[in-house]
Ligand binder design. Structure first.
Ligand code: ATR
Length: 279
């Protein structure tokens, strides 16, 4: 079987997804291709999608800025993706396109792999910085795992409030300003940075300066360019454990590949290899 896979988004010329999925293809023993299909915002999205449809793909990933827009062109939508309101993986089957979201689940799997002890107490206090698409997926992924205390800190209160609506009676969520988060950061067991603040080239920026933390806390940043964000480096200095952003990239890809092929490929040393590429 020859799998025809790919990625749409903009800009994506430097995406790491081809590297990851080509390894998965090789390890699976399947033949196939994973193509970069950049769609410039100047082009008509609909026309570009028509061309992609004609090319007969088995599946493709969707990245910024099309994760929401793609939903209008799908034949079916997985429940998770519907709730999160964004799609990063499309399965093409019998001419139909079905949308999924593997980002939040990818984050949760990566976290469990690296810090399984966090999952032993679902009352662990969690703080998410940001309220964009990634935050939606992660909040929903952690809620689905049964965590009961997930707070959100964001520059804009209203967008954080919109995420909290995804919760239910089993989850307590407070919305914090960035200043409030800075003051109470010591009280969290898991802190997750999901905004774009600190991403290359603005590597000096940080969502909040970290001075002290609960030493037992785990701090994640989903940014992987650079791998060592200022946020993570500040956290490391306090003695907290840090969880790098490239692991989410790997595990969301693993789950996407499984949706396309029904094969779950072990990550093994790809974690270390990708880290080396990014360092
Ligand atoms: P995505 O959907 O890819 O996650 P997004 O929707 O642009 O990206 O969300 C980006 C997140 O980063 C938001 O939480 C945004 O905060 P606002 O809701 O207030 O816009 C946050 N963000 C981006 N730039 C920021 C900055 N300079 N300071 C604070 N927060 C910022």
């Amino acid at each position: 079987m020859h799998m025809k896979l790919g990625l749409i988004g903009f800009p994506i010329k430097h995406s790491l997804s081809p590297w990851i999925h080509n390894q998965f293809l090789e390890k699976s023993g399947m033949k196939g291709t994973y193509s970069i299909m950049e769609i410039s915002p100047d082009n008509t999205f609909e026309q570009e999608l028509e061309r992609i449809k004609e090319s007969g793909l088995d599946g493709f990933n969707v990245t910024v800025p099309y994760k929401k827009q793609i939903i209008n062109y799908l034949d079916d939508l997985d429940k998770n993706a519907e709730i999160i309101g964004a799609v990063n993986t499309v399965v093409c089957k019998n001419g139909k396109w079905i949308g999924y979201n593997t980002d939040g689940i990818g984050y949760v799997i990566a976290l469990r792999k690296n810090f399984p002890e966090i999952f032993h107490d679902k009352k662990n206090r969690i703080l998410i910085f940001g309220a964009g698409g990634a935050a939606y997926g992660i909040y929903y992924g952690l809620k689905s795992e049964g965590f009961t205390q997930i707070d959100i800190a964001n520059r804009t209160h209203s967008s954080a409030k919109a995420i909290a609506i995804l919760g239910d009676n089993n989850v307590e969520t407070s919305i914090l300003s960035l200043d409030e988060a800075q003051e109470s950061i010591n009280s969290y067991n898991l802190i997750i940075q999901t905004t774009s603040v600190g991403m290359k080239p603005n590597t000096e920026d940080t969502i909040i300066p970290i001075k002290s933390l609960n030493q037992k806390s785990v701090v994640s940043d989903i940014i992987y360019q650079p791998l060592n964000t200022r946020f993570l480096m500040d956290a490391k200095k306090t003695g907290a454990s840090i969880h790098y952003g490239h692991t989410m990239l790997l595990y969301q890809a693993q789950y996407a590949f499984e949706l396309w092929t029904n094969k779950k490929i072990p990550i093994d040393n790809m974690d270390q290899q990708l880290k080396t590429i990014l360092e």
